[in-house]
Write a protein that binds this ligand. Structure first.
Ligand SMILES: Cc1cc2nc3c(=O)[nH]c(=O)nc-3n(C[C@H](O)[C@H](O)[C@H](O)COP(=O)(O)OP(=O)(O)OC[C@H]3O[C@@H](n4cnc5c(N)ncnc54)[C@H](O)[C@@H]3O)c2cc1C
Length: 390
């Protein structure tokens, strides 16, 4: 049986207290106003949480994946928009730089991630290359002391505020995963333009934007990994450094589901119909039981993925299981929690409708549930299924 150590349980208690005290009151505000929760990010920085998983030599706490998972769960239980901010800090490009960056790059960039001065975003997807990310066409052409970027990126979370974007691009006239590498582009670099936030269904305080590169000359010292035209090595290495992102995504699902379940449980004890609390009806009890069971199953899968590490990263199969299950679980749980609240759940007076909306994006970002199923099928069958025709 999986059991968290007393240290991690006490970390959870601290994180829960902090989230309740600092983030609950304005959780609806960020959604309604479509405003970025900057003050919460500032607090996370002040408390050292933005640097939780960054190595100690660069100012972070060097905490393991499971600790970041617990933090994400507790923040998402209370405020989804703040969880998105936390996820990008814990499992986004800063972690990739800590693994793949040169010593000089780590010293130049990571302390700013810990303090909150730097906000790193990630640009992989393109308008025509989402699930098929290896069809990306943004080109990177070395030119003396620079690398020249041309192309467009899509769906870049927090790109409107980012100080740096970790951009994947293609070296040479390559196709598929061969030739894909990455570099860091700083805000203000000539030829780099940032689009406007697109209004969306959930996570409305933390939008996605498009990025445009037009003969954008990036200093060669910002190169993270050049694309290798003769092998898939550079692409695979880059992707592995984002491995914990899937477990973090699943942990946010767990937190949102836990929050919705707690609200539904207490509402069912209070709300009276037919002269008794609705929790006395078996139909409601079964909903509560199903929610509790699914949350419990997701928690076990997520904690196992966060602790069963291969070369320091969550096992890819465990991470895919956890994200797939949690992405679908949170949609079922938030929907049933709204159902238990009846019409009140459908109004904006209660947080349930927001939780339902917030939950919807999980099964799209960080690998859709269809792509996760493809990944799992390949791994359990021990062969790669080509998705292309012909
Ligand atoms: C909230 C959110 C935040 C995001 N943040 C970022 C970010 O910061 N940076 C970034 O680079 N990207 C980001 N993304 C983009 C995300 O990675 C893409 O949305 C995702 O890869 C899917 O691409 P797509 O939206 O173009 O859908 P498509 O790839 O066009 O897919 C459309 C549908 O077809 C299905 N499909 C496609 N191929 C297959 C197949 N082979 N088998 C079965 N079904 C298939 C998909 O699962 C989906 O249901 C974000 C997305 C979301 C929702």
């Amino acid at each position: 049986m999986f059991q968290l150590s007393p240290d991690f349980e006490s970390f959870r208690e601290d994180a829960r207290r902090m989230a309740e005290r600092a983030f609950r009151a304005k959780a609806a505000y960020w959604d309604e106003q479509e405003e970025y929760p900057q003050e919460n990010r500032d607090l996370l920085a002040e408390l050292g949480y933005l640097g939780l998983v960054i190595p100690e030599e660069y100012g972070g706490a060097g905490a393991p994946v499971i600790q970041g998972t617990i933090l994400l769960e507790e923040v998402a239980r209370v405020c989804f928009n703040t969880a998105l901010v936390t996820q990008l800090a814990l499992n986004g490009p800063a972690r990739a730089v800590a693994i793949l960056g040169s010593e000089e790059q780590k010293r130049r960039w990571l302390p700013g991630c810990v303090s909150g001065k730097h906000l790193f975003a990630i640009g992989i997807s393109e308008p025509g290359a989402g699930s098929a990310m290896t069809d990306m066409s943004t080109s990177a052409t070395p030119d003396g002391e620079h690398i020249v970027l041309n192309g467009q990126k899509a769906f870049c979370t927090s790109g409107h505020l980012a100080t740096h974007v970790f951009v994947f691009a293609r070296w040479g006239k390559t196709q598929g995963p061969r030739g894909i590498g990455a570099l860091m582009v700083e805000r203000g670099t000539p030829g780099f333009e940032i689009g406007h936030p697109a209004p969306k269904m959930g996570g409305r305080g933390v939008p996605e934007v498009e990025l445009y590169f037009d003969h954008c000359r990036v200093p060669a010292e910002n190169l993270i990994m050049a694309g290798d035209p003769d092998s898939t090595r550079s692409f695979k290495r880059l992707m592995s450094s984002f491995g914990p992102e899937r477990v973090g995504n699943a942990a946010m699902c767990l937190g949102v589901a836990q929050g919705a379940y707690e609200l539904a449980k207490s509402y069912s004890l209070e709300r009276q119909q037919f002269g008794r609390p609705i929790c006395e009806f078996q139909g409601i009890q079964w909903k509560i039981a199903d929610m509790a069971t699914q949350i419990h199953a997701a928690r076990l899968m997520i904690y196992r993925a966060a602790t069963n590490l291969v070369d320091g990263f969550p096992d890819p199969l465990e991470a895919a299981y956890a994200k797939l299950y949690a992405n679908e679980m949170v949609q079922r749980v938030t929907s049933e929690a709204l159902q238990i609240h009846g019409h009140y759940g459908y109004t904006r007076e209660f947080p349930l409708e927001r939780m339902v909306r917030d939950s919807r994006g999980f099964s799209l970002g960080g690998g859709t549930t269809e792509i996760l199923r493809n990944t799992i099928a390949s791994m359990v069958c021990g062969r790669s299924f080509d998705q292309r025709r012909g």
